[in-house]
Design a protein around this ligand. Structure first.
Ligand SMILES: Nc1ncnc2c1ncn2[C@@H]1O[C@H](COP(=O)(O)OP(=O)(O)O)[C@@H](O)[C@H]1O
Ligand SMILES: [Mg+2]
Length: 264
């Protein structure tokens, strides 16, 4: 499902203009990373995709739906949003109930709900924790419960707000695996991240935001190679990309495979 954003501006009640004219199209099935310094407007932008925030001017279309004309509840059938902080999202007394909530709310049949919940539990490796209270889970597993509850809704568009922040390497790999599965299913995945290595490894397209505006938008290779421009939003290219540059490699490399290939 296509997302079309046209000259989006958003001003908080404090008077701060957090988005200053964003125009952007994301095609169905794209895997997009959004990067940029703290306060660049990344969260403000994605909260417009599911109607949590409404444009001060301009428009956001999810498929043919204008977010101004559809409720957050309705938009939830198209856009899943995993909050940066799972504590803002989880509310049930056990993981199983938590994960059933979304698909049940969308009115799916019992069979479909069972199938979606089983799949979400298995993808996030939570199958043995369905009876646990989310608040008794470690921060790592709480994060996975938040992912699972959104994945279970089977929306064509899934947004992750800083999924890897504070996660250990094992869980970062688990999250990358979830994203790879969603990609296989043809979902649109939009991920806000500070982890540039994670971004280089898992996304095709990278959008860099700075002060409420798009600074760069292009293939991960092109964007992550623009060291001087990225520096304006305090984003460093991946270590391997920088090392490749210093070694004088002709191609911009993003990961170990590309690095080794270019060295040969
Ligand atoms: N609820 C709010 N009220 C007022 N200002 C806010 C609010 N949320 C965020 N902001 C401000 O809007 C700007 C963009 O914030 P945000 O979208 O959270 O950035 P990012 O996700 O890129 O770190 C920042 O200057 C931030 O302080
Ligand atoms: Mg944010």
């Amino acid at each position: 499902m296509k997302i079309e954003i046209n000259d989006l501006r958003f001003t908080y009640p404090t008077g701060l203009e957090a988005l200053q004219g964003i125009s952007l199209t994301i095609e169905a099935g794209e895997q997009v990373a959004i990067v940029g310094q703290n306060g660049a407007g990344k969260t403000t932008l994605v909260r417009h995709f599911n109607g949590l925030l409404q444009p001060s001017s301009g428009s956001v279309l999810i498929g043919e739906w204008d977010t101004k004309k559809h409720s957050v509840a309705k938009l939830a059938s198209r856009v899943g949003y995993v909050f940066q902080n799972p504590d803002e999202q989880l509310f049930s007394k056990d993981v199983g109930t938590e994960i059933r909530f979304g698909p049940r709310n969308l009115g799916y049949s019992k069979e479909k709900i069972d199938e979606l919940v089983t799949r979400a539990l298995s993808l996030t490796e939570l199958s043995d924790k369905t009876d646990t209270n989310p608040y008794d889970l470690s921060p790592t597993w709480r994060k996975m419960a938040a992912l699972a509850s959104v994945i279970a809704m089977d929306t064509p568009i899934v947004i992750f707000d800083e999924p890897t922040t504070g996660q250990d390497a094992v869980n970062v790999a688990r999250i990358a695996n979830v994203i790879a599965e969603l990609r296989k299913e043809g979902k649109t995945v939009i991920t806000i991240t500070h982890d540039i290595d994670f971004c280089a490894e898992n996304f095709d397209r990278v959008i860099a935001l700075s002060n409420g505006k798009i600074l760069l938008d292009g293939s991960a290779r092109d964007v992550l190679g623009q060291e001087e421009i990225l520096a304006q939003t305090y984003v460093d290219p991946p270590q391997l990309t920088r090392l490749g540059k210093r070694l004088g490699l002709k191609e911009t490399v993003r990961n170990q495979d590309e690095f080794l290939k270019a060295l040969k």
